[in-house]
Ligand binder design. Structure first.
Ligand SMILES: [Mg+2]
Length: 175
């Protein structure tokens, strides 16, 4: 079947929260490395460190055989402070949607892009990064935060792709 032109922007799967993503869900799809966005995915934008719930979720991934990388477009300072308690493989200033953070994680862990999942809250950075790299694209609902005008515009632009995902999913489930 011919791939739709906009499929670069449609996630493979959507979850309300990272806590709904289990290590077995990833492992069953052949995924060995989770490449995680920080801001509004793991914690609210500006929160300097992971919560204990996030630490527990990441430990559960690792215990389930999933290696963890953190890829953020944010600064080295922000990413390194966030990572102090995680000790994950990190890339900062990742320039997502560039796929380079996925490639770096693949080299580090010795896996292929098809064995990685990018987990993030934005279509035009996280999902597109996954698509370009050939990784599995997981979109989560952004954590609540005060949106500025720029973010509001981005969220509006994401809407058609989220609708397309829901349509696709409804037809997959209905058949
Ligand atoms: Mg984000």
């Amino acid at each position: 079947m011919k791939k739709k032109k906009n499929s670069l922007f449609i996630p493979d799967v959507m979850f309300d929260s990272v806590h709904d993503i289990s290590p077995s869900y990833l492992a069953e799809r052949g995924i060995r490395v989770a490449v995680l966005d920080i801001d509004n995915t793991l914690v609210t934008y500006g929160m300097p460190e992971p919560t204990k719930e996030i630490l527990a979720w990441i430990e559960a991934l690792r215990a389930g055989g999933i290696s963890v990388a953190v890829a953020s477009n944010n600064s080295r300072e922000r990413v390194e402070r966030f990572n102090r308690t995680l000790s994950a493989f990190v890339t900062y200033r990742s320039r997502k949607p560039s796929p380079k953070s996925v490639y770096a994680a693949c080299r580090h862990f010795g896996v292929t892009p098809a064995q990685t999942a990018v987990i993030g809250d934005q279509i035009f950075t996280d999902v597109l990064c996954a698509r370009r790299a050939g990784a599995f694209a997981i979109l989560v609902t952004p954590l609540p935060y005060k949106e500025n005008f720029f973010f509001k515009c981005k969220r509006l632009m994401e809407k058609p792709f989220i609708r397309a995902y829901r349509r696709k999913n409804d037809s997959d489930n209905g058949s």
